[in-house]
Design a protein around this ligand. Structure first.
Ligand SMILES: Nc1ncnc2c1ncn2[C@@H]1O[C@H](COP(=O)(O)OP(=O)(O)O)[C@@H](O)[C@H]1O
Ligand SMILES: [Mg+2]
Length: 464
């Protein structure tokens, strides 16, 4: 049963159809043969009794006149004229054997097989002989008053016929089995082909192609299954689109907010601090004594430190350069600052034309550079990083490679489980732009991040 369970549907259908036909064929064949045999037995006995009766009526005359010669002649002739008649024996009323059809004498034991009774009914005895099964039929002549006839009838001719019938039955069974197997194969194909399509579609969806659909070819259970599968896939796709839209909204809201805060820090807070610093310098110059002057100057130093922190914070949040000078300049500034802060050598190559990118695409690329540099500084121990931003036909390519320690297999999954989602975030942003995000990393061989994003016509919105 367990083995049947694990068979493919194809083989299940095949097994069931062929074994059903085999069973049916065997059963029907058995019943037919039994019936044939029984009918045959009855037929033989009926015919035997009739034949013996006929002989009995014909030999009564010669017995009465004691013409043994004619009697012998007659039974020999009758026997050779009757195909399935093996022998005839004629007795007088006392049971004395008057004549028989054997060439010399009776075979041993035949005489007493069907003894002359003290009764007047006929009697049939089944014998086995060298020539096969024989019915020995005893029939009284005139109720035994004149004598008795015994006729031996062979079953062979009808047995041969039944044998032939059996062979035909077998041949028919085999033919039907083959036909059933063929139909089984067709049925199995019919069932398994759409299931196969369904499996393919499910695998495609699992691999991320949410447009994959199963073919609905029939109205049966499998067709309905395919239809519900497609509905499910459609729902999944809509959910995914909704998720992307929401994510987009969240990202652009976040960018907008960062931009606003950054501007405010830079323009308002920065300006206010700058004028405070200037005023303190003026005040220091007009100080009453040296002690007051030093106090004012050191307060001015503190304010200048705060201004620097606020500028850095503003740049980290959203560099004004990105909006004012374009991606190349913004990245260059960021890289220079980063190099200084972490002491890592950074090479930056950029194609002219990169500044033509749509604003949101520029922001996405800038954020990827930011996150990748932060990761390299925090996790890799790298001493050098190479960044290139390349315009290619129809797409832009960003490559960031560090010479750090790389990461072991499964590191990203572990990080994601710990809610550290920097790399997943990058991937999401890239995929929202219809691009591709690749991360190659091997322990001891550094990490490379490769991002390609297709270009849309300018003015098209990337990511909203
Ligand atoms: N450049 C890198 N070199 C080595 N390991 C890295 C690098 N970038 C990321 N990783 C590993 O991948 C993990 C996931 O990174 P990320 O998704 O950015 O999350 P987080 O930076 O918050 O840890 C990091 O915790 C770190 O173990
Ligand atoms: Mg990170």
């Amino acid at each position: 049963m367990k083995r049947l369970k694990n068979l493919s549907i194809y083989h299940k259908v095949l097994t069931v159809t062929v074994s059903t036909v085999l069973l049916l064929g065997g059963f029907l064949g058995y019943i037919t043969l039994e019936a044939l045999n029984e009918m045959n037995d009855r037929q033989i006995e009926k015919r035997g009794v009739e034949m013996a009766g006929h002989v009995a009526s014909l030999v009564a005359g010669p017995i009465l006149v004691n013409d043994i010669y004619s009697l012998g002649e007659f039974i020999h002739e009758f026997r050779s004229d009757t195909e399935d008649l093996r022998y005839l024996l004629v007795f007088d009323h006392t049971g004395r054997l008057l004549a028989h059809t054997f060439p010399v004498s009776l075979p041993k034991g035949l005489r007493n097989v069907n003894p002359i009774p003290l009764r007047t009914e006929s009697r049939i005895i089944a014998l086995d002989s060298d020539e096969g099964a024989i019915r020995d039929i005893l029939v009284p002549i005139e109720n035994g008053a004149i004598g008795y006839v015994r006729a031996g009838i062979t079953e062979e001719p009808s047995k041969t016929l039944i044998g032939k019938t059996t062979k035909s039955l077998l041949a028919i069974t085999v033919a039907f089995c083959s036909l059933a197997a063929l139909l089984g194969v067709l049925l199995a194909r019919f069932i398994t082909a759409p299931v196969g399509h369904l499996v393919t579609a499910a695998q495609a969806i699992a691999a991320g192609n949410l447009d994959a659909r199963a073919e609905v070819r029939t109205g049966d259970e499998i067709g309905r299954l395919a239809a519900s599968f497609n509905e499910m896939a459609q729902e999944l796709k809509e959910k995914d689109q909704l998720r992307a839209t929401l994510l987009n909204k969240v990202i652009s809201a976040q960018e907008e907010e960062r931009k606003r805060i950054s501007r405010e820090l830079h323009d308002e807070t920065g300006q206010a601090l700058t004028s405070l610093i200037v005023s303190m310098r003026v005040l220091a110059n007009k100080a009453a004594d040296e002690k007051q002057r030093e106090l004012l100057l050191s307060a001015r130093e503190v304010a200048a430190g705060i201004l620097l922190d606020i500028r850095n914070m503003a740049v980290e949040l959203r560099p004004t350069a990105l909006d004012d000078l374009g991606l190349a300049a913004a990245v260059r500034k960021y890289v220079a600052n980063f190099q200084e802060r972490f002491g890592i050598m950074i090479g930056f190559q950029v194609d002219s034309g990169i500044n033509e990118l749509a604003a949101d695409l520029s922001v996405t690329l800038y954020r990827i550079v930011q996150e990748s540099l932060a990761n390299a500084a925090r996790h890799s121990g790298a001493t050098a990083i190479e960044i290139s931003l390349e315009m290619q036909p129809g797409q832009v390519l960003l490559r960031i490679a560090d010479n750090g320690q790389g990461m072991p297999d499964g590191e990203l999954e572990r990080a994601a489980r710990a809610n550290r989602l920097g790399i997943y975030g990058m991937r999401e942003r890239v995929e929202l732009c219809g691009g591709e995000f690749l991360l190659e990393s091997k322990v001891g061989a550094g990490t490379i991040i490769l991002v390609t994003i297709p270009l849309k016509n300018k003015g098209d919105s990337h990511g909203s």
